[in-house]
Design a protein around this ligand. Structure first.
Ligand code: ATP
Ligand code: MG
Length: 356
């Protein structure tokens, strides 16, 4: 039997509430399929910890996480702790130090999920974003010159290394090949005359190794328009850190909203643990009321199962979510229901047992 050690960081706000259900689902799956099991260890790091200690995680926090097979994260951030501390010292630190250079975000509109698009544009919304997660526009490099003078200038560099660009584009080609899907690269070479020209060049270079993969290239402005007007044209999408950040929020909006949007931060080499999280924040406005939607977090658990090689289970969890949506069964208020977070999680666990 395969045993996996999972580090659980519930975090802040609704993080702990949705995490309880996330863990429930993974335990349910392991109880049905006896070929693997999970051992969870919880780390109470985040903004409460910060308010007590002045740090988001202990000094040796990264070493403590290092030996785990994966990390589940709830949500990070709370009023009173600036985002640049809470995000930078926990979420971004883990992404960076564990070289989780792939951000994998499914954008799939399940039957019964709310969608603001015209009905005729809601068919076959089923794409996977491969977002560069380690450099690019978010490299943090730049300068602030002549502060507070009339000559004041700020410079924000985008850093695109050959290694960093090749590895994310290669990952996307491999995924497109494995899934037999088309690959779209989104860039902006007409305006960003160094970084995006380089990106496009590498996309074409690597394409020669993948003659079986059908590709297309789009400018990011056109891509935003097509995601609204003709989203079915996208299958596997690869793009830079900034563009991926923006387009995946648009993706969340067309595929059911924040309560259903999940993301995985992957170190494909398994050299370090990968991290799975809902993409929503700590939502202080609804925290503590037991009404947060756990389905985004649970979808990220399905990504964890995919990552560990249990793709049938990953798919089964998404099927179970779809069944709940289609039947309007045990949904939380954000999806028009009246169920609590735990009622929603328990109902999903029940469906998984039935399906098996
Ligand atoms: P961040 O600053 O990290 O973006 P946030 O607290 O602003 O965090 P968002 O993820 O941006 O949270 O979510 C915006 C709003 O959407 C929340 O304030 C909440 O009302 C709603 N929301 C987000 N996630 C959920 C969820 N899982 N269930 C129900 N409502 C949610
Ligand atoms: Mg927000």
């Amino acid at each position: 039997m395969n045993q996996y050690r999972i580090a659980v960081i519930p975090g802040d706000g609704i993080g702990p509430e949705v995490m309880t259900e996330n863990v429930r689902i993974l335990q349910t799956v392991a109880a049905i399929d006896r070929s693997f099991s999970f051992e969870f260890q919880t780390f109470s790091w985040g903004c409460q910890y910060y308010l007590q200690t002045g740090k988001m995680m202990p000094e040796d926090g990264m070493e403590q996480l290092r030996s785990f097979d994966a990390i589940l994260l709830g949500a990070v951030g709370y009023p009173g702790v600036p985002d640049h501390i809470s995000l930078r010292e926990l979420l971004l630190k883990i992404r960076h130090d564990f070289d989780e250079y792939i951000n994998l975000r499914p954008v799939r509109l399940l039957k019964g999920a709310p969608c603001p698009l015209k009905a005729e544009n809601t068919q076959n919304i089923d794409m996977i974003f491969v977002r560069e997660n380690s450099e690019g526009e978010y490299s943090g490099q730049g300068a602030w010159l002549y502060k507070n003078s009339p000559q004041e200038v700020v410079i924000q560099h985008g850093v695109f290394s050959r290694k960093g660009t090749e590895r994310v584009i290669r990952y996307a080609y491999e995924l497109a090949r494995k899934e037999r899907k088309t690959l779209t690269s989104i860039s902006k070479a007409n305006a960003l005359n160094y970084s995006m020209v380089f990106w496009d060049q590498i996309f074409e270079e690597l394409g020669k190794e993948y003659p079986d993969v059908k590709t297309s290239k789009l400018l990011v402005d056109a891509a935003a328009m097509f995601m609204v007007k003709d989203p079915k044209r996208f299958q596997i999408v690869v793009t830079s850190n900034l563009f991926g950040d923006i387009l995946t929020d648009l993706g969340a909006a067309i595929a059911g909203g924040m309560g259903l949007a999940a993301g995985a931060n992957i170190n494909p080499e398994h050299k370090y643990p990968s991290m799975f999280e809902p993409i929503h924040g700590s939502a202080p406005d609804i925290a503590g009321r037991g009404i947060a939607n756990p389905l985004a977090a649970i979808w990220s658990a399905s990504q964890l199962l995919d990552f560990l090689g249990y793709e049938e289970w990953g798919a089964r969890i998404v099927d179970a979510i779809e069944k709940m949506l289609a039947e309007k069964h045990a949904l939380t208020p954000d999806l028009g229901g009246s169920a609590s977070t735990s009622e929603c999680g328990k109902a999903l666990a029940g469906i998984l047992k039935q399906l098996s």
